[in-house]
Design a binder for this molecule. Structure first.
Ligand code: UD1
Ligand code: CA
Length: 411
């Protein structure tokens, strides 16, 4: 394991999100923003990750307390990004490796970018390496100030920009790699003399340069990888980009998605080869879909669901916390909740499991090769044997199934 430490800033209160939830726990395609940043660090072989927490710290710690590579440092008062890093000094005091500093509100960061940052930092023997990107609309981001030779001079925050600087389109995504000891020296000199009276980490760049150390940039980072989420409009933009990545990956792995803009698939979902996802399908949560299935249009697959191979789910079919074994067909207007549906079962139009009795959720088990006639209500808890045959329009309860043997409802 390389001698690297990452600090992820996640203490901010995020007034622009207008939220009670810590910003970094807001989800992008089913996963908290912070988790994408943690994963990018892990992919870059970073053994120890410090997450700086503050606003809503209990919730962040509760969520990630079991990650053995993560430690939490509290920033009790939020005095800026530089101050957040200052809270970690004891972890850097005897450390002579590299410190990556990233923000928990940048979920689109790519592991490749982190790797490139580290590689360039090492191969060019820099004291600090930052990523930069060009944005059509740089509003809100720190601008990269360069001299007439193109050398980086520092980073200027939106509120501190002159009119001229505000036009600069090269911005700071806040992905940095520092030598620990140089960073410590520079942190000492950061002052809150700016429009917001905060200790800005961005000032460490100017200070490091001022000390005669080498500061370089990785400039080829795509703008969309660098979006920082400060409000809910940006959250939706980041989610849309992430959705595109999730779908592209699935299509590469052999899944057909007929109408990508009108399909939503959770990052946690797994879908097998040659499965076709028809328009207006929403897959949310931990959902596994096998091979050669046809899902949708207008299907809704929810958390904790396994769909085996060759299953056909059509319009307005909702499935939750269920296992549908190979060859199941539920083509029209069904709800299957907390059910185990056996092989090759045909669920007729409008048939549902009534899984909630007003107090608790109850399971339904349908044996292999059964036929559920249209418009049937299966009242859970219910267990039906193989080859059960339910007439259309039947209300099936455990009593009726027992009464009719395994062929509840009569053939
Ligand atoms: C920051 C950068 C800006 C950059 C942008 C990229 C500074 C001063 N500015 O601005 O140059 O273009 O990110 O998205 O660094 N945080 C703390 N403690 C604090 C303040 C912030 O942990 O006291 C955390 C926040 O939770 C957030 C991250 O640091 O995850 C960035 O803070 P934020 O307020 O979003 O900074 P920006 O204004 O976006
Ligand atoms: Ca931000």
């Amino acid at each position: 394991m390389a001698n690297r430490l990452a600090i992820i800033l996640a203490a901010g209160m995020s007034s622009r999100m207008n939220t009670m939830l810590p910003k970094v726990l807001h989800e992008v395609c089913g996963r908290p923003m912070l988790e994408y940043v943690l994963d990018a660090c892990r992919a870059a072989d970073i053994g120890k990750i410090i997450v700086v927490v503050g606003y809503g710290k209990e919730q962040v710690i509760e969520r990630y307390k079991d990650c053995s590579d993560v430690i939490f440092v509290e920033q009790a008062e939020r005095k800026g990004t530089g101050h957040a890093v200052m809270c970690c000094v004891e972890h850097m005091a005897d450390f002579d490796g590299e410190v990556l500093v990233l923000c928990g509100d940048a979920p689109l960061i790519k592991p490749e970018t982190v790797k490139t940052l580290i590689d360039k930092h090492e191969s060019e023997n820099a004291a600090a390496t930052l990523a930069t990107t060009f944005m059509e609309e740089p509003f809100g981001y720190g601008r990269i100030a360069r001299d007439s030779y193109g050398n980086i001079q520092g980073i200027v925050e939106e509120n501190d920009c002159t009119d001229e600087q505000r036009k600069i389109q090269e911005v700071n995504p806040a992905y940095y790699c520092f030598d620990a000891q140089t960073l410590l020296e520079s942190l000492d000199e950061i002052k809150p003399n700016n429009a917001k009276n905060e200790y800005y980490l961005t000032d460490a760049v100017r200070i490091t340069i001022g000390k005669g150390h080498r500061v370089i940039a990785v400039t080829a980072v795509a703008a969309e990888d660098c979006i920082g989420v400060n409000n809910r409009v940006q959250l939706s933009e980041a989610s849309k980009i992430m959705q595109g990545r999730i779908q592209a990956k699935l299509m590469d792995s052999g899944v057909t998605i007929m109408d990508p803009p009108n399909t939503w698939i959770d990052v946690r979902a797994e879908i097998g080869q040659d499965t076709v996802i028809e328009p207006f399908t929403y897959i949310h949560g931990e959902v596994k879909v096998g091979k050669n299935c046809r899902i949708g249009p207008f299907a809704y697959l929810r958390d904790d669901t396994t769909i085996e191979d060759n299953v056909v789910l059509g319009v307005f079919t909702e499935v939750k916390s269920s296992t549908l074994k190979a060859g199941v067909r539920a083509r029209h207007h069904s709800y299957l909740g907390d059910a185990i549906v056996g092989k090759n079962v045909n669920v007729g139009a409008g048939s549902i499991t009534a899984n909630f009795d007003g107090e608790s959720i109850q399971p339904t088990v349908i044996g292999d090769d059964s036929f559920i006639g249209s418009g049937s209500v299966l009242i859970a808890p219910l267990k039906m044997g193989d080859e059960s045959h339910i007439k259309p329009g039947t209300v099936v309860s455990q009593d009726s199934v027992n009464g009719f043997g395994d062929n509840g409802g009569g053939a």
